[in-house]
Design a protein around this ligand. Structure first.
Ligand SMILES: [Zn+2]
Length: 227
């Protein structure tokens, strides 16, 4: 279909900043202008905004954090609703990203796994994360797998600070290394009848042993609550 070019408004205009003639689509709309478009093109506007943001970044960050504090509940709720309604898209996007970067991500993880856990601090970091995931973060839907729900249901709490755990790991470092030397993966175990992660109720044993004990522990726990 061909239209009479004389009847159409000009499809381009000159940017008053960079002086380049560009398509109207390259200009932001602005009703206060005669032709309905800004006089600066999009890339010039964005350069200007970038420069402004950079020059005022401290003030802007401060403003933003004040705003966030004041509107915390509303913003969190908004974010929660967004996550809920976009769950599938997010999952698909993450999956696509993983597929596209599989090799690089695997290499990164391998390098990370090799170095992590070789020092008490490194080992504590991942252990602390795992314990949080099992206990506190169990309320977070992304982490809510079967195991975490079992911990939550049983009301298992993490009654250790990160520093206490780090000291404990340092104290038991020989045990941890010994488990590794035998080809096992060290894991933290709750010893006694108290179901919480407390300093005097923790020890290190191998994963396989812990898994074996855990199935018995959970079934005992289930019997206990049903009575
Ligand atoms: Zn321009």
């Amino acid at each position: 279909m061909s239209a009479n070019p004389d009847l159409l408004p000009p499809a381009t205009k000159f940017c008053t900043k960079c002086g380049v003639e560009k398509l109207l689509g390259e200009f932001n709309r602005d009703k206060s202008h005669k032709d309905g478009y800004r006089s600066h093109c999009k890339s010039c506007s964005s350069e200007r905004h970038k420069a402004y943001r950079h020059a005022h970044r401290d003030d802007l960050n401060e403003q933003q954090s004040i705003y966030h504090q004041a509107n915390r509940d509303r913003l969190n709720e908004q974010r929660r609703l967004y996550r809920l309604s976009n769950r599938d898209q997010t999952k698909e996007r993450n999956r696509a990203y993983y597929r596209a970067n599989r090799e690089a991500l695997r290499a990164y993880n391998k390098a990370y796994m090799r170095t992590r856990g070789l020092t008490p601090e490194g080992y504590t970091t991942s252990l602390w994360h795992a314990l949080n995931t099992r206990t506190i973060n169990g309320s977070c839907p992304q982490w809510n797998n079967k195991g975490n729900r079992a911990y939550l249901k049983a009301g298992v709490e993490l009654r250790l600070t990160r520093q206490q755990l780090c000291d404990f790991v340092t104290e038991k470092w020989d045990t941890i290394q010994a488990i590794r030397a035998e080809g096992g993966i060290p894991s933290i175990d709750r010893i006694g009848p108290s179901i919480h992660y407390e300093l005097e109720n923790c020890r290190f044993i191998s994963w396989s042993e812990n898994n074996h004990l855990a199935s018995r522990k959970w079934s005992r726990l289930k019997c206990g609550t049903s009575r």
